[in-house]
Design a protein around this ligand. Structure first.
Ligand code: G4P
Length: 540
C-alpha cells in the first residue's frame, strides 16, 4: 500500500514535470519577415535538424493564383511541418506552424487557438505590416503572451526607437526592449542584451555557428569601447539610458497577462540574436495554460484527459480519403488505444496509431501530455473545434470562425451528383477550408473564404476527391456579422429580421449571420438597431 502511494506520488510528480517542461507556441509574421528562417534556426539550437534549409524547402512559397495546386501539394508535404517539436535544455518545445500565405490566414487563426504563447517577427525595414496587425489582433483577443523579434538587422532599416514607437502604436503594445541594436545595416555591430547584460558582436561568417556573447558588468565598462569603438559605445550608453527612462522594466506577470511585450533585435538569417531570444523564451513563456470550456475552466494538471481538434489535414492522395486531425491536449494524459468520448457525436473512438511530431518526423506514440499535439486518423467524423474527453461532455471555447473576406454562391453543375457535392462541401468545411452560409430566404449555399485562391482549391478538390462539379456566382458582400440579441422576441430583433431577411443566413452551427453588402449598410444597420450587437466572429 505504502509502495503504491510512493509510486503514485512519483507518477504525479512526473506528470507535473512533464507539463511544466512544455512550451507550445506559434511564430507569426507578415510573409517574408523571416518566420521560416527563424523557425529553422530555433530547430538548429535544439539539434533537431543538422542544416539550414530543411524547413525552408517545405514551406509554402508565395505563389501566384494559377499555381494553387502547387500550394496544395506543398500543404500536403507540410503535414510534417505542422508541428515541430524538439528539446532544448530540459524544455520540450512545440512550434505550431502558421501558414505564411495570406490565403491560408484562417488556418493560422485557428492554430492560434492551440498555442500558449506567440513570437511575432517584424522586418526591420518594413516595420509593422498588415497581416501582422490582423494576427496580433487575434492573439490579443485570446490574451496570448507575445514576444517580438525584430529581424534583418544586417540590412538598412528603421531607427530602433522609431520601430519601438511603431510597434506600440500600430499593435497597441506596451513594449519592453530586452535587447537593442548597436548600429544597423552596414554599420551593424551587434546587440546589447539587456536581459542577460552582455554584448553580442556580429560577424557575418557566423551564419551556421552559435555566436559567443561577451559578458559586461555595466554599460559604462571600458571594454564596450574596445569592442565597438568610442562613437558607437557613447551612442549605446545614451540609448540604454533612454530605454531605462522611457520603457518599463520587464515584468513577467505583465507579459503573461498580455499587458507587456518584450522585444528582441537580431538577424535570423545570420543566426544572430536567436539564442538570446530562445533563452529568454524558455524562461518566461508559459507552460500549457488552462482553457475555458462552456461549463468550467479546465486545468492542465487534471488527471483526466481532455483535448480539442484545431486542424484537419486532408490526405493529398484521393484514393485514401483519410484525414489527419490534430488534437491539442488540454489536460491529463492521452494514451494510445484508449477509448475517448468524441463529445459532439457522443461516440467513443480509440486511436491505435496516434502520431506525435518530433523535429520534422512523425512517429507513433503511446502517451502524450498537456501542451502536446497528437495527430489521429479521421475517416470523416471530426470537425475543427471538436472536443474529446474521458466521458465529460465538455466543449472548449475560443475556436471561433472569423468573417470571411470573399463570398460567392456555389452552384451544382451536375444534377446527378448533388449528393457527392453536398458531402464534399460538408467535409471541406469541417476541415476549415472555407465557411458555408445558407441563406434563410431560399436555402442557397454561399461559400466564404479568407483568400480568393480558396475558391479554386475547393472547386478542384470537389471534382477530384468527390467527383462533383460546381460553379460560382459572384456576390457582393462586405462582411459576415454574427448577431447577438438580448431576446429573440424583442421588437427590434423582429423588425431587423423582417427588414433584412434577404441578407440573413445560418452558419455551420445554425447561428444567425447578417451578410452586410457594404460598410455603410453595416453602420446604418447598427445605428438603426442599437440593442443588437454585430460581431465579426462567431464567439463573443
Ligand atoms: P517568411 O517565412 O516570414 O515568409 O520569411 P522567410 O523566412 O522565408 O524569409 C524571407 C526572406 O528574407 C528570405 O529571402 C530570407 O532568406 C530572408 N531573411 C530572413 N531573415 C533574414 C535576415 O536576418 N537578414 C536578411 N538579410 N535576410 C533575411 P528570400 O531571398 O526570399 O528567400 P531564400 O532565397 O533565401 O530562400
Amino acid at each position: 500500500m505504502k509502495n503504491n502511494g510512493i509510486f503514485e506520488t512519483n507518477v504525479i510528480m512526473n506528470f507535473l514535470e512533464e507539463i511544466n517542461r512544455r512550451r507550445t507556441f506559434g511564430i507569426v509574421s507578415h510573409p517574408d519577415a523571416g518566420k521560416t528562417t527563424l523557425t529553422e534556426k530555433l530547430l538548429l539550437f535544439g539539434g533537431a535538424i543538422q542544416e539550414a534549409g530543411a524547413v525552408k524547402s517545405q514551406k509554402i512559397k508565395k505563389s501566384a493564383t494559377s499555381d494553387f495546386m502547387e500550394i496544395e501539394k506543398q500543404r500536403g508535404i507540410s503535414v510534417s511541418t505542422s508541428v515541430l517539436a524538439f528539446n532544448y535544455r530540459d524544455i520540450k518545445i512545440n512550434i505550431l506552424d502558421t501558414p505564411g500565405h495570406k490565403d491560408f490566414a484562417e488556418d493560422t487563426y485557428r492554430t492560434l487557438t492551440a498555442v500558449d504563447s506567440v513570437i511575432v517577427v517584424i522586418d526591420v525595414a518594413k516595420g509593422v505590416e498588415e497581416q501582422t496587425e490582423k494576427l496580433v489582433e487575434v492573439c490579443k483577443m485570446r490574451k496570448i503572451p507575445i514576444i517580438v523579434f525584430i529581424n534583418k538587422l544586417d540590412r538598412e532599416g528603421k531607427d530602433g526607437f522609431d520601430l519601438l514607437d511603431e510597434v506600440e502604436k500600430k499593435l497597441n503594445f506596451k513594449v519592453c526592449p530586452l535587447s537593442f541594436p548597436i548600429g544597423m545595416g552596414y554599420d551593424f555591430q551587434g546587440v546589447y542584451n539587456l536581459w542577460e547584460k552582455n554584448i553580442m558582436l556580429f560577424k557575418e561568417e557566423n551564419k551556421q555557428k552559435i555566436s559567443e556573447s561577451i559578458k559586461i558588468n555595466n554599460i559604462d565598462d571600458p571594454i564596450v569601447k574596445e569592442l565597438v569603438g568610442e562613437n558607437a559605445a557613447n551612442k549605446l550608453v545614451e540609448e540604454i539610458e533612454i530605454i531605462n527612462e522611457v520603457y518599463p522594466n520587464f515584468s513577467e506577470e505583465d507579459y503573461l497577462n498580455c499587458k507587456q511585450q518584450p522585444v528582441f533585435f537580431g538577424s535570423a538569417l545570420n543566426n544572430f540574436g536567436v539564442k538570446e531570444l530562445l533563452d529568454c523564451f524558455i524562461s518566461v513563456a508559459p507552460p500549457p495554460t488552462r482553457k475555458n470550456s462552456d461549463e468550467r475552466i479546465v486545468e492542465p494538471n487534471e488527471n483526466k484527459f481532455t483535448g480539442f481538434i484545431f486542424k484537419i489535414h486532408a490526405n493529398m492522395d484521393p484514393k485514401h480519403r483519410d484525414r489527419l486531425a490534430f488534437i491539442k491536449i488540454v489536460s491529463g494524459r492521452f494514451k494510445r488505444n484508449t477509448p475517448y468520448l468524441h463529445v459532439r457525436s457522443n461516440k467513443k473512438f480509440k486511436f491505435s496509431s496516434p502520431n506525435a511530431f518530433f523535429a520534422e518526423k512523425k512517429e507513433i506514440v503511446n502517451e502524450s501530455f498537456p501542451g502536446d499535439i497528437v495527430g489521429v486518423h479521421d475517416s470523416g467524423n471530426f470537425k475543427i473545434g471538436d472536443s474529446f474527453s474521458e466521458g465529460e461532455k465538455i466543449i472548449f471555447k475560443g475556436i471561433p470562425s472569423f468573417s470571411p473576406e470573399h463570398f460567392r454562391y456555389i452552384n451544382n453543375l451536375d444534377p446527378m451528383k448533388s449528393k457527392q457535392l453536398a458531402k464534399g462541401i460538408d467535409q471541406l468545411m469541417d476541415e476549415g477550408v472555407a465557411q458555408l452560409f445558407i441563406l434563410e430566404m431560399n436555402g442557397r449555399k454561399i461559400i466564404g473564404t479568407v483568400g480568393a485562391l480558396q475558391f479554386e482549391v475547393i472547386q478542384y478538390r470537389l471534382e477530384h476527391e468527390y467527383g462533383a462539379k460546381c460553379s460560382y456566382e459572384n456576390l457582393n458582400i462586405h462582411k459576415a456579422c454574427w448577431i447577438e440579441t438580448e431576446s429573440n422576441k424583442s421588437v427590434e430583433f423582429l423588425d431587423f429580421k423582417k427588414l433584412k431577411y434577404k441578407f440573413l443566413a445560418k452558419d455551420k452551427s445554425g447561428e444567425l449571420v447578417f451578410l452586410a453588402d457594404s460598410s455603410f449598410t453595416l453602420e446604418m444597420t447598427k445605428q438603426k438597431y442599437p440593442s443588437l450587437k454585430f460581431h465579426n466572429k462567431s464567439e463573443f
